[in-house]
Design a protein around this ligand. Structure first.
Ligand SMILES: [Ca+2]
Ligand SMILES: [Ca+2]
Ligand SMILES: [Ca+2]
Length: 284
């Protein structure tokens, strides 16, 4: 049976009431979290637009657009353009993605620890509620990819502190709730599906991480939540270029012929300056 915690719902409602102010200030926050070093931008098709971020801690690659499913054939529910969709559609959307030739995407995952379902301690430290587990100290066990992204990489704080106490008196804290979105595009203060079905027997519920308040919980699979795609490993694995791509790389001054995709055509703006010829002085 799904356990519903009334205090949690009250906190969530209060958090939603604060959404407008949190969203208004969301953006990249230098120095908050580790994102500037652990979320490395990847421009898969070398067109100058970052397509993904390689997460050096989780060893996964996040899609840079956190609302990429909006308007897709999978975007069902009340709006066909808001990117919120049912759990089945969200899984299918991620699996269907082909980002400039890169496939293998899925929804972020988590571990349902302890007894099946929610081990709720309101202030956190389990699989459910505020401040859910992120990654083990030895880095070997990932408990929640999105909790790690929100709490550690982006350095955001949950609506309630792990040590107790909720938003009261902390509304103006600089990292309160979703204050830092890094360089993600369209990362919303909203619930995002994980790929994990709720505890058996099948109750038609799946796990969701809420970027509005830093909490993890179950939600009915037939309802609508947002979808963020991730894939294992790094998309920047070099591949050998041949023919025209190789000649273009040489024209752009790239000594290595190993790159994920064909570089853009050389233009006056991206052509490297001519090499400086340094004449060594003859020793006297
Ligand atoms: Ca790109
Ligand atoms: Ca929708
Ligand atoms: Ca559990």
């Amino acid at each position: 049976m799904l356990r519903v915690c009334t205090p949690h719902l009250r906190h969530a409602a209060a958090a939603l009431a604060l959404l407008a102010s949190a969203v208004a200030s969301a953006g990249p926050v230098p120095g908050q979290g580790t994102w500037e070093t652990t979320l490395q931008p990847r421009d898969i098709n070398s067109d100058g637009t970052v397509d993904a971020f390689y997460d050096t801690v989780l060893k996964v690659t996040w899609l840079a657009d956190a609302k990429a499913g909006a308007g897709s054939a999978f975007d069902n529910g009340l709006s066909a353009t808001d990117g919120a969709m049912t759990w089945t559609n969200a899984n299918a959307w991620a699996a269907s993605l082909n980002v400039h030739g890169t496939t293998g995407w899925r929804l972020p995952t988590m571990l349902d620890t302890g007894a099946p379902g929610c081990e709720r301690i309101v202030f956190g430290g389990t699989d459910c509620g505020y401040n859910p587990l992120t990654i083990s100290a030895d880095g070997q066990t990932v408990y929640s990819e999105m909790a790690h992204l929100y709490l550690a990489a982006l350095g955001n704080r949950s609506y309630c502190e792990a040590t107790g106490g909720c938003a009261e008196g902390r509304f103006n804290a600089p990292n309160f709730m979703l204050s830092n979105t890094g360089n993600f595009r369209n990362l919303q203060a909203a619930g995002y599906w994980t790929d994990v079905d709720w505890a058996s027997p099948n109750m038609g519920i799946a796990w969701v991480f809420y970027f509005n308040a830093g909490t993890q919980d179950g939600f009915f699979q037939s309802g609508e939540r947002s979808a963020l795609a991730v894939r294992p490993g790094d998309v920047a694995t070099p591949v050998r270029m041949t023919g025209r791509c190789r000649r273009r790389a040489i024209a752009l001054g790239r000594r290595s012929h190993r790159q994920r995709s064909c570089p853009p055509r050389p233009t006056p703006s991206n052509r490297p300056p001519p090499a400086r010829i340094v004449v060594a002085e003859r020793p006297r």
